[in-house]
Design a protein around this ligand. Structure first.
Ligand SMILES: C[S@@+](CC[C@H](N)C(=O)[O-])C[C@H]1O[C@@H](n2cnc3c(N)ncnc32)[C@H](O)[C@@H]1O
Length: 306
């Protein structure tokens, strides 16, 4: 495996992008999926995948003025995703009455997310004693940098940072209008009782945590998550083994949303860069793949509205 990875790392870009290079990459990635140990991570980014947010805005064009929107962001980690989603929606549709839930299995990270205070300075968190006697959640710099392979703000312009945050020194606090009304919930996305807690959702966001589970567990969890979506609603699900997502989508007859399909697939640079050597890496989009319209879809309509 090490030898194959070395070969990949030394291939010139032109060869990597050729059909032979892709086939070699796919073979390598299949080995990585079999051999690599998976582990959950709190890594995340603000405005992580812009085309994903753009599609969400477009889907909301169908909503009547002033209507209510039930939306849940599962596995929200440090909160960057839920604040980004709300920023996108509120900027486009300030008229909507949002009923937002943000859920994570980790109480510690959920408390940090709810505070909505981040450090703008990336910190080396490899040091063993990061908290200096404070509660972990209060260590803003350490939590902000936790599990990040790049800074959490790297995908934002300064204008966007100023629109979303009150910046004081090296700290950025999410603006109150953006935080307002979010219901933070510790819970397991896999929990069958979750539907009773949240109620049926028009949009469920379940991004970039299922790839850290073994395929059988991810398959089971994805089916549970889909039950939260009300008929005709949408599931956003990226960051999962493509074979698992394709199989479940086919089995349950989900309708892939093909608008912006390529842009969304390519919209998260960290995932694309990780392929083929990281288990969470995402293969290149290819229309040569016979089932590309479902394999590369990250957004699905679940059932039909009555
Ligand atoms: C890599 S972060 C994803 C953050 C965010 N969704 C994003 O796309 O940037 C993964 C998060 O999933 C959470 N998680 C893992 N398993 C979960 C589960 N079964 N239910 C809810 N959250 C879970 C972890 O605690 C972690 O915060």
């Amino acid at each position: 495996m090490r030898q194959s990875a070395r070969v990949w790392n030394h291939l010139p870009a032109s060869l990597r992008h050729s059909s032979t290079g892709r086939a070699y990459g796919k073979h390598l990635h299949a080995l990585v999926l079999l051999q690599n140990e998976r582990r959950q991570s709190f890594g995340t980014f603000f405005l992580r995948n812009r085309p994903e947010l753009e599609l969400m805005r477009r889907l909301l064009n169908q909503k009547a003025p002033g209507s209510r929107l039930d939306i849940s962001v599962l596995a929200c980690s440090k909160g960057a995703e839920v604040y980004s989603v709300l920023w996108a929606i509120r900027s486009a549709r300030p008229d909507l009455k949002l009923n937002t839930h943000a859920l994570d299995i980790s109480q510690e990270i959920l408390e940090f997310a709810e505070r909505g205070v981040y450090s703008r300075i990336a910190r080396d968190i490899s040091t063993p004693s990061p908290h200096n006697g404070t509660k972990v959640v209060e260590d803003v710099a350490w939590n902000t940098s936790r599990d990040q392979n790049a800074p959490i703000f790297e995908r934002m312009t300064d204008e966007e940072v100023n629109a979303m945050f009150e910046v004081e020194g090296d700290q950025a606090k999410v603006r109150p209008w953006l935080k307002e009304g979010i219901k933070w919930l510790r819970g397991d996305a896999n929990d069958p009782k979750l539907l009773g807690v949240l109620g049926p959702q028009e949009i469920v966001v379940a991004n970039r945590f299922l790839c850290h589970m073994q395929p059988a567990a991810a398959d089971k969890c994805l089916r549970s998550v889909a039950r939260l979506v009300k008929p005709g609603g949408y599931l956003f699900v990226s960051g999962i083994d493509l074979d698992v997502r394709t199989r479940v989508a086919r089995d349950l007859r989900w309708k892939p949303v093909t608008e912006l399909i390529r842009e969304i697939h390519d919209g998260d640079t960290s995932l694309r860069r990780g392929w083929p050597l990281e288990y969470w890496g995402l293969e290149p989009f290819s229309e040569d793949q016979a089932d590309w319209g479902i394999r590369y879809a990250s957004v699905f309509q679940i059932g039909e509205a009555s």
